[in-house]
Design a protein around this ligand. Sequence first.
Ligand SMILES: [Zn+2]
Length: 238
Amino acid sequence: MSRICSAGYTGSWFGVLAMFLATAAQAQEAVVPEKPAALAEAEAPGPSDGASGAPPLAAEDAGELHIRLAQDDAASRSTRDQLQRLLETYDVAPWIWTREIVIDSGGRVIPHSHPVLTLSTRHLRDDELLLATFVHEQLHWFVDRHDEALALARADLAKLFPEVPVGYPEGARDERSTYVHLVVCYLEYRALIQLVGGLRARWVIEFWSHDHYAWVYRTLLERGRDVGGIVAARGLLP
Ligand SMILES: [Zn+2]
């Protein structure tokens, strides 16, 4: 009897696993544009980027992040340790454009990229969410260095999505920022797939789609291929 139950359990476990793998494969397929890597690389940075299209910091430089605590408290110290552990575990060098990091445990702190990349202490129990936030804020530094390509991508996205939400929780602070976040959050999703795999990347994006920029993340789950096509065509792949 126990053998039968065990066999049944194994069967359904494989079924669930197969479903998860299919979902992960789908996520990967949906978000990564169908484009040979060499072509995508040849397109980025675009001809208009000039000197502003600086590459990410070299690996040895990226390893030396300057992490400062806004408050020297337990949550901030733990988040700093968590971030350092994540940076040792995952090769994030391709997604580092600024080395100055602040960790701020203030209750109302929302992670942001400028003037100094600032993280909150909200994700102590969720490595993937802290990693995603770190990469997201770094990607703002990347797209800021490609403002002409970003403006073209925004125009393309406005044709695809003529009406976008503004304000929390569905959109960003204004229309322009919501379009920028289609690009930044797409690149975040793409980076996460490379860093933690398609399944965990999708979990993060689904979590965010109920948390903030909800429409943006939901759109990436549903129309990731379309957004990715524009981002790649405008040479905005790091
Ligand atoms: Zn952002």
